[in-house]
Design a protein around this ligand. Structure first.
Ligand code: ADP
Ligand code: MG
Length: 439
């Protein structure tokens, strides 16, 4: 229905038209400012039905403003999604142009990231959720809208957070609709914001979906590091976040990359993955950057990796508290038992009884000196993948203790041998039961 949408049809197509006098009433004569952007001031408002709204009043003087206004109304009428701010209506009377949006109660992401107050610092999980939400909104614009929409001004001050800290992309003043579904780019003079502007687009005027992916990468780097896209160094010289990242990324100094205000409350595996995604998005050429759908899926995985942390918070046993600042090299001191290779051989009676085969190694039945039965997973020493998985699993299971998670008794990491020792769960896996029932 919206395909041939023209602004003057607006009234008929669900967008509400407001008279100037109504805008004055709604905002209580522009009493409360909630934000300022490049094109106008945003006020808090209340509709007759008590719904709170945000009203952006455009600077009437600028010709630029009028173009932005029409653009934003037109786009937001077409594009509706839980991760995009939604438009309630607009006012276009005489010199006055105003946009009426749903009110997003928790301000913009830039305010949250620059907050100095330590107790208000966004947690790692909240940051990942905001990244997933933003990627989902952008994915909808790029791959869900026909023809696709390019945002062109994605940045932390254009990402709004609601009371549940769910993210919504705002500010469609600069957005562009690709002419057809198959069009991949438009040529246009570079517009956007310093720090977030795709360098390839700046140099060539070649605007495409990957220009938004670059800006998204910068937002993700800000979420990870807590630094601004452009910050000043000790000598007051502006430094771009990619330039700051580069040497640290080469040596993957996770602790010096991730926002120190998080005080280490994140999993290294999850942080590493997020950093890799961000750096891929912020690559200097479009071809090196992933599609936003891939980014969205990778970030969801990254969030899932972080989930065990949530469990330790719920259980919050003394163990969990103790494990909070857990580092792999402190394993032995914090309850995880280290086994020598010879002990693994003894426990498993020289690997006498196989109880399972997985992607990374076989699992053997074992018995500890105190008669407790255990399951011992011996990892294929050859695969580098295996070693990554091993470290990951030790790290996770040491932190996450729950009656519905298999628990780790200890590990062995001697020379080439990597083994994990779990509690023995006596009744096999669910798949075995389901398959058995079928035959
Ligand atoms: N719907 C909204 N709910 C709450 N705050 C908003 C809303 N829209 C905008 N704001 C606030 O106003 C600021 C400027 O809005 P924006 O749409 O980005 O304007 P501009 O186009 O002038 O940059 C935002 O960064 C945000 O803090
Ligand atoms: Mg803005």
């Amino acid at each position: 229905m919206m395909k041939n949408f023209k602004p003057n049809w607006l009234v008929e197509c669900e967008g509400q038209h407001f008279a100037y006098s109504e805008i004055v009433k709604i905002t209580n004569d522009f009493a409360s400012i909630i934000g300022k952007g490049g094109f106008g001031t945003v006020y808090l408002g209340t509709l007759r039905n008590e719904t709170q709204v945000a009203v952006k009043l455009l600077n009437s003087s600028s010709r630029q403003g009028s173009k932005e206004f029409k653009n934003e109304v037109e786009l937001l009428m077409r594009a509706r999604h839980r991760n995009l701010v939604s438009l309630v209506g607009y006012c276009n009377e005489g010199e006055t142009m105003a946009l009426v949006y749903e009110y997003v109660a928790n301000g913009n992401l830039q305010q949250h990231l620059s907050a100095d107050v330590t107790q208000d610092v966004l947690t790692w999980k909240e940051r990942l959720e905001i990244a997933v939400d933003t990627a989902r909104g952008l994915e909808y614009l790029h791959n869900g809208c026909k023809p696709p929409i390019l945002h062109r001004d994605l940045k932390t001050s254009n990402i709004l957070l609601n009371e549940k800290l769910q993210a919504k992309i705002a500010d469609f003043g600069l957005s562009k609709v690709l002419s057809t579904e198959s069009a991949t780019h438009v040529s246009t003079a570079a517009k956007g914001t310093f720090g977030y502007l795709d360098p390839q687009y700046c140099n060539t005027g070649w605007l495409n979906k990957k220009s938004d992916v670059y800006s998204f990468g910068i937002v993700l780097l800000e979420l990870i590091t807590g630094r601004a896209a452009i910050a000043r160094d000790e000598e007051d010289v502006p430094i771009h976040i990619c330039q700051w990242m580069c040497p640290k990324f080469k040596s993957m100094e996770i602790e010096s990359i991730v926002d120190s205000r998080l005080q280490g409350s994140y999993l290294n595996s999850s942080a590493r993955k997020a950093i890799e995604i961000a750096m891929a998005c912020a690559s200097s050429t479009a071809i090196q950057r992933p599609d936003i759908t891939v980014v969205h899926n990778d970030l969801k995985e990254c969030l899932e990796t972080e989930m065990p942390f949530e469990i330790t918070e719920i259980v919050e046993s003394d163990d969990a508290k103790m494990m909070k600042n857990f580092k792999p090299n402190r394993l032995v001191e914090c309850g995880g038992q280290h086994f020598a290779c010879s002990e693994i051989v003894k426990i498993t009676n020289d690997f006498a009884s196989i109880i399972g085969r997985g992607g990374f190694g076989h699992v053997y039945l074992g018995t500890l000196t105190n008669e407790t039965q255990v399951a011992v997973k011996l990892l294929n020493s050859s695969s580098r993948q295996g070693s990554k998985e091993f470290k990951n699993e030790v790290e996770l299971l040491m932190r996450a203790h729950h009656r519905n998670l298999v628990s780790l008794v200890g590990y062995c990491n001697e020379g080439e041998t990597m083994a994990l020792v779990y509690e023995y769960v006596a009744n096999g896996n669910l798949q075995q039961y389901l398959l058995a029932g079928n035959t």
